[in-house]
Design a protein around this ligand. Structure first.
Ligand code: NDP
Length: 475
């Protein structure tokens, strides 16, 4: 099929998806099966730009594998792989502290149960919509496959904004959210966890309400407090896992490590904070971090305990850090943080936070490695720019898999009624993150570009999911 013609036809039909179809990336997709499936996805999900971006990125990198496996088309694997098994949306009514009735929209996407029960976090953030939930659920399917644990892909959340809400308001919202969600989840069906805006506190309220409605004390959620079935080390797991993956990548691909490196980290939430802690332990110096308003810089290194107290206990903006640590400076545009010269940049805030322009500045300033702690933090053209310029690039679905991996350990712990020590959890996490690196790196080399770990991650995850789909028949 002539892709230029296809682009023009689709451009005529719908302006929303023309954005994706007229850039160079789309013109690069050559495999007719991938193209056919992508065209359907565009038609069926028009305007859902994050979801289209995620599907495009995966299909493009699967092309060489699809060429080698014609049986996939016969079994309609790709058509099924890109369509969620179920997308649930629901009303979440709650009453604020002034007695006003408020209504938010709740979501849960149960994307794939091919290799295990649906598993993936809940995001409470103003920006949440079906496109974001579907992109996250789709990515989660491949990520979970990479962990080596039997977990399918899911994701959920709401456009509820927890910022500025009292504890009672958050509790009432979580209870109302669970009043509907409980119908669709279960310890062997779908096991949600936290994500942006959902931490231990929210998981506690959600768990309490599930238990009240169902009269069951089961491992239906992960990220719980240790006092009722949580696992030690979950809070730190995504940040630690990211650092284990990146450190292994530095060692295997460049014979170096974090030691003495200048590192910048976006965000100052769960993932970013524990990435800061682990990078510092591994000998790196974190010179800049951000929140959605701005960023701080301190050439002497940002202090974990100070920032943790500020963000987790006092719930302050990152700008307040400069009042405690006088050597630091605050700048008020978070995206400008990428202009700081550094050796390693770790994107741990949100999707599409590094665009092509930021990528070019990072490379010009000598960055050697990029690690994705957040989900899809680099735009497609930024990712391609890093790979083309042979920058070591750790893709999210491999590099941030540590969180869901330890959630998987929590599920095992809950069903076995046991608990592991921090050393057991951390050594399993480290070992498994290094194994993920090895398999993804091997796959990237096999398909001709050792720097393309994104392709390695997509193919490795997809291989497992697609085999299971074929074995289970058309369902
Ligand atoms: P949190 O809500 O704890 O923190 C998010 C942080 O990012 C906040 O500091 C927020 O600042 C900041 N932020 C948001 N938008 C921007 C922006 N445009 N520029 C700079 N900073 C910004 O979320 P998590 O740390 O849990 O999650 C972060 C990312 O990691 C998400 O993409 C999530 O999906 C992913 N992830 C999380 C896992 C986990 O275990 N928590 C597991 C795997 C992936 P502000 O306070 O101003 O909003």
């Amino acid at each position: 099929m002539d892709i230029f013609l296809l682009s023009l036809i689709l451009l005529e039909k719908k302006k929303n998806y023309a954005i994706l179809l007229v850039n160079n990336e789309v013109i690069n997709m050559k495999n007719s099966y991938c193209l056919k499936v992508y065209e359907e996805v565009v038609k069926r999900n028009s305007g859902e730009k994050e979801f289209l971006q995620a599907v495009y990125e995966v299909l493009e990198s699967l092309e060489c594998y699809i060429e080698e496996h014609p049986e996939l088309e016969k079994h309609g694997v790709l058509e099924r792989f890109v369509e969620p098994e179920r997308l649930i949306t629901f009303r979440v009514p709650w009453v604020d502290d002034e007695g006003n009735v408020r209504v938010n929209r709740g979501y849960r996407v149960q994307f794939s149960s091919s290799i295990g029960p649906y598993k993936g976090g809940l995001r409470f953030h103003l920006s949440v919509n079906s496109s974001i939930i579907k992109f996250l659920g789709f990515e989660q399917t491949l990520k979970n496959a990479l962990t080596g644990l039997p977990m399918g892909g899911g994701k959920g959340g709401s456009d509820f904004d927890p910022k500025g809400k009292s504890d009672n308001e958050i509790m009432r919202f979580c209870q109302s959210y669970m009043n509907e969600l409980y119908r669709y989840i279960g310890e062997n069906t779908d096991v949600p966890a936290g994500d942006i805006g959902v931490g231990k506190k929210e998981i506690g309220y959600l768990f309490g309400q599930y238990k009240k409605i169902t009269n069951k004390f089961v491992g239906v959620l992960t990220g719980k407090d240790l006092s009722f079935g949580g696992i030690i080390g979950r809070t730190e797991a995504t940040g630690n896992g990211l650092c284990y993956f990146v450190n292994k990548m530095l060692k295997e691909m460049a014979n170096t490590s974090f030691l003495g490196k200048r590192v910048i980290i976006s965000g100052s939430g769960n993932v970013a904070l524990y990435t800061l802690k682990k990078v510092t332990e591994l000998g790196g110096v974190v010179i800049a971090m951000s929140d959605s308003n701005g960023y701080i810089v301190d050439e002497k290194g940002i202090d974990f305990e100070t920032l943790k107290e500020l963000k987790e206990v006092r719930k302050e903006r990152i700008s307040k850090y400069t009042e405690i640590i006088p050597t630091s400076k605050y700048f008020d545009t978070s995206s400008k943080m990428w202009t700081i010269p550094c050796d390693i940049a770790l994107a741990c805030a949100t999707q599409n936070e590094i665009d092509l322009e930021s990528a070019k500045v990072l490379v010009k300033n000598g960055v050697k490695a990029i690690g994705e702690g957040a989900n899809m933090p680099c735009t497609m053209d930024a990712t391609n720019y890093f790979i083309e310029n042979k920058i070591l690039y750790a893709p999210a679905k491999a590099a941030n898999a540590g969180g869901v991996m330890v959630s998987g350990f929590e599920m095992s712990q809950n069903s076995m009624r046991i608990s592991w020590t921090i050393d057991e959890v951390d050594s399993k996490l480290k070992q498994q993150m290094e194994t993920i690196f090895e398999s993804v790196y091997e796959c990237a080399k096999k398909y001709g570009n050792e720097y393309n770990l994104l392709l390695g991650a997509n193919i490795t995850g997809f291989e497992k999911v697609s085999k299971a789909m074929i074995f289970q028949g058309v369902c």
